[in-house]
Design a protein around this ligand. Sequence first.
Ligand code: CA
Length: 239
Amino acid sequence: MRVLLIEDAPRIASFVVKGLGAAGYTVDHVVTGAEGFARAQDPTVDLVILDLGLPDLDGTEVLERLRARGVRVPVLILTARGEVADRVEGLELGADDYLTKPFAFDELLARVRARLRGREAQVGWTLRAGGVELDLRTRNVTGPDGPVELTAREFALLETFMRHAGQVLSREQLLARVWDINWDPGSNVVDVYVGYLRRKLGGRLFETVRGAGYRFPGGGDARIDAGSPVPPEGGPAAS
Ligand code: CA
């Protein structure tokens, strides 16, 4: 599970990043509203923790802009202002929960888990979409024409596509997720690996969305088996 933390106070940020990291979450941390607004639109983000007092934009403005764009990611607001008026305003703008500073880490963790429960419950050991089945334990992959052998990198790329079936993923998002490197506009490594997967699984599964990236079919019909909890994205199975 991937959490985006938008918080400018270094001590709080470090406390949250370390704590959630230790609890098994992948945490991306940014300090400005503008950067947070941009990153929160990444479909691989499962939860946003948003401070209201940011150096550039107010947190409520970030939230308002995200909801206006149709970004539905759950948002947990951190606020030093405990006033009822702020809570009501935030709820109207589409926040899912609140935590008033100062807070105990356990309280934050409980809120994060509550917000992610629905998503975590969907995480099992087998991903199925587009006629492909991917087993996270055995790392076996079965395509429309039968079992296929994938390299570790191909497996990680396919897993990312299948976890986000139906969504357009940009090259930048895929590079950050699968190769863990920042976007190099000159790199065509994503296209090369999509080519490998197309050869092994069929070209129709990796639709090119011009100017945007790639899309794996599914979404509505994509299914992730419920079962044993975990492993979250970015965990051992994805590395
Ligand atoms: Ca602040």
